[in-house]
Design a protein around this ligand. Structure first.
Ligand SMILES: Nc1ncnc2c1ncn2[C@@H]1O[C@H](COP(=O)(O)OP(=O)(O)OP(=O)(O)O)[C@@H](O)[C@H]1O
Length: 639
């Protein structure tokens, strides 16, 4: 019975991605086969798993799971066939016609803006084009598929331009076949002859050797009598790499395995291969990538570890094995003593799995530390990619606070170019200094020029410059590193004199100064009470007239803003205005206040001092128009 053909449009983002895939970008076109084989392998895994729990799936459906590659030289087609789970019509529309990944639109935007082919490739590589990569080598793709457990199949076809057709198809076996109507070979465009048996063998060996299902292809041979025969060859070794001893695996094999499971273009920055014996046996092969995927910080970003049980694939994204902050780690854990039917919920609560996870985390953090010690350059790059995620660990994983703090790299006033570790900071601390000082802010320049920095610069104290939004949060949660408290130089009281090289001020001087300002400070506190809770004298200023600081345990304005942006109710936290008692403006204000405490100009000057201090730290004025008017008036009067 002929069925009606529906023509459907690709979702706008899919269209854009297809255009990028078809016209240009990928120089390495061979990977289309890796992607299709990987999808086929996933489909076989899914069917195998479904058959364990679904009795209606017959034995026959799962007895000979395999991937086959078929070449038709006359029709110029290459077909990748699997007898896996298959897709329904709706699956096809949803999975192949649309891209569900979040952040797609912004990534496509970045790709469009990228100037050179290498950047484009790396961006697209992070995205993973999967099925769409078929259109790099084919000008038409036909999919025939039947979902296991259903009676009817579907045909999908497209030239990858803007739309695809979909229609019912009878008499299909369970599983999926993807037929590529190949473009002519074109060596200049990186298009090899994908009808060639040797080329196909070479690609499978290179990219898909570890696939745990047989990848078969008919091989034409001539028998002893000179007759042409055709045998089915299995092209891949199917050996689980993680189950082999480390000494027998080459770096190339590790890298290719990594690229296969991660779809990354680059080799990993670090490989961790381990085996645990004893009561709970497992093997783990983990990788720390060299570059972060584009959606690492999106809400949907998933864990990168797959769970196997005795070589049988159980699940992707096994979050029970890796904490969220290490979601960038890719790899495989093969546990020997778990049930094949284990669910995500069960895993979350399994004590042995929790033990595995603790051990894996230690291994990953240890590998990062090793890299930091031995290969600083590589570590710096890895930190630039994943540092923010690792800092999330300081909030999530209090068991490993020390190990994570050892990994933290931060800019500091010590070196304008290089970052420092906390350990290096501590080694450079001045005699008698027991606190690690830091200042958070939006940019390095803003932090460096902040008035809070003045006394520290003058007295030669190193200050960490923390400009990542998450820094605001973790520094608050981490009490100390190696016994040294972390303290914001914009919070609490600062008294550098105790430890400074140049002891300048005696207690008597201090008492005298407090007395000199005894009338001005309460007056200013009242005058500015809408904005601040106290005015006091500062020991952190050398050149600026004033700065604003928080109480030791106050939330910073940036953090306040962040919480509000996340939709949390936050009361406005009033801070403290600190005055530089030796600054001419402040001494003049004191004198004027002494002469006539009622003079209207005094209130205006107070507002100007507060506004300037706010601007100096990169803050937002409550009423910029009023500030500008007051400033203009006062400047006019000086001329
Ligand atoms: N051979 C197949 N059998 C069954 N389902 C398939 C097959 N090929 C693709 N699919 C379905 O289509 C979806 C989209 O495939 P696609 O290759 O575009 O992305 P992906 O495999 O999910 O992601 P990535 O390639 O980044 O890992 C798959 O997740 C799968 O559900």
């Amino acid at each position: 019975m002929p069925s009606s053909v529906e023509t459907l449009e690709f979702q706008a983002e899919t269209r854009q991605l297809l255009r990028l895939v078809i016209h240009s970008i990928y120089s390495n076109k061979d990977i289309f086969l890796r992607e299709l084989i990987s999808n086929a392998s996933d489909a076989l895994d899914k069917l195998r798993l479904a058959s364990l729990t679904d009795a209606s799936l017959s034995e026959a459906d799962t007895s000979d799971l395999q991937i086959s590659l078929e070449v038709d030289k006359d029709a110029r087609t290459l077909t990748v066939r699997d007898n896996g789970i298959g897709m329904t019509r709706d699956d096809l529309v949803e999975l192949i016609g649309t891209i569900a990944k979040s952040g797609t639109a912004s990534l496509l935007e970045k790709i469009k803006e990228s100037k050179d082919a290498a950047t484009t490739e790396s961006l697209i590589g992070q995205f993973g084009v999967g099925f769409y990569s078929a259109f790099m080598v084919a000008d038409k793709v036909t999919v025939h598929t039947r979902r296991a457990g259903t009676d009817s199949g579907t045909q999908w076809e497209s030239d990858g331009e803007g739309s695809y057709t979909i229609q019912a198809a009878d008499d299909l076996p369970v599983g999926t076949s993807v037929t590529l109507h190949l473009k002519p070979a074109d060596s200049e465009d990186g298009l090899a002859d994908y009808l060639s048996e040797s080329k196909i063998r070479q690609i499978v060996k290179r990219y898909s050797d570890f696939i745990r299902w047989p990848i078969r292809m008919a091989a034409d041979r001539t028998d002893a009598d000179g007759e042409a025969t055709s045998d089915l060859d299995t092209l891949n070794s199917m050996k689980a790499l993680w189950a082999r001893p480390r000494s027998e695996v080459t770096e190339d094999e590790y890298n290719e395995f990594y690229q296969q499971i991660s779809h990354d273009w680059l080799p990993p920055a670090e490989t961790i291969h381990m085996r645990a014996e004893g009561t709970f046996e497992y093997e783990a092969l983990l990788f720390i990538p060299a570059q972060a995927p584009f959606d690492l910080y999106s809400r949907e970003s998933k864990s990168g570890v797959q769970l196997y049980v005795k070589r049988v694939f159980i699940m992707d994204d096994c979050e029970a094995l890796m904490p969220n902050y290490l979601r960038f780690v890719k790899g495989v854990v093969d546990a020997h003593d778990l049930s094949l039917n284990v669910s995500r919920e069960l895993l979350q609560h399994d004590r042995q799995i929790q033990g595995v996870r603790r051990r894996l985390v230690k291994k990953v953090l240890g590998a990062l530390k090793g890299m930091q010690d031995k290969d600083t350059e590589r570590y710096t790059k890895v930190w630039a990619q994943f540092g923010r995620a690792l800092k999330e660990g300081l909030l999530e994983d209090t068991d490993n606070t020390e190990a994570l703090l050892e990994l933290v790299s931060a800019t500091s006033t010590h070196d304008p170019e290089k970052t420092t570790t906390l350990r290096e900071y501590v080694e450079r601390m001045k005699d008698g200094q027991d606190t690690i000082y830091y200042l958070t802010g939006e940019t390095r320049a803003m932090v460096e020029n902040s008035p809070h920095m003045e006394a520290f610069t003058a007295k030669g104290y190193e200050v960490l410059i923390l400009t990542d939004p998450i820094d605001e949060v973790w520094v608050d949660q981490v009490p100390a590193f190696d016994g040294h408290r972390l303290q914001s130089i914009a919070k609490g009281q600062v008294d550098l004199d105790d430890t400074a090289d140049d002891e300048t001020e005696t207690d008597a001087d201090k008492a005298q100064r407090e007395q000199d300002f005894a009338a001005l400070l309460p007056w200013l506190t009242t005058t500015l009470s809408d904005h601040i809770k106290q005015v006091r004298l500062s020991s952190r200023l050398t050149t600026s007239a004033a700065c604003i600081v928080g109480d030791a345990h106050d939330v910073t304005p940036t953090l306040e803003k962040m919480y509000r942006a996340m939709g949390q109710q936050m009361p406005t936290v009033k801070r403290i205005l600190e005055l530089n008692p030796t600054h001419p403006l402040i001494t003049a204000l004191r004198t004027a206040h002494h002469a006539d405490a009622e003079a209207p100009a005094l209130t205006e000057v107070a507002e100007l001092i507060y506004g300037s201090a706010l601007l100096a730290e990169g803050g937002d004025l409550p009423d910029p128009a009023r500030f500008t008017r007051l400033l203009t008036d006062h400047l006019t009067r000086t001329l």
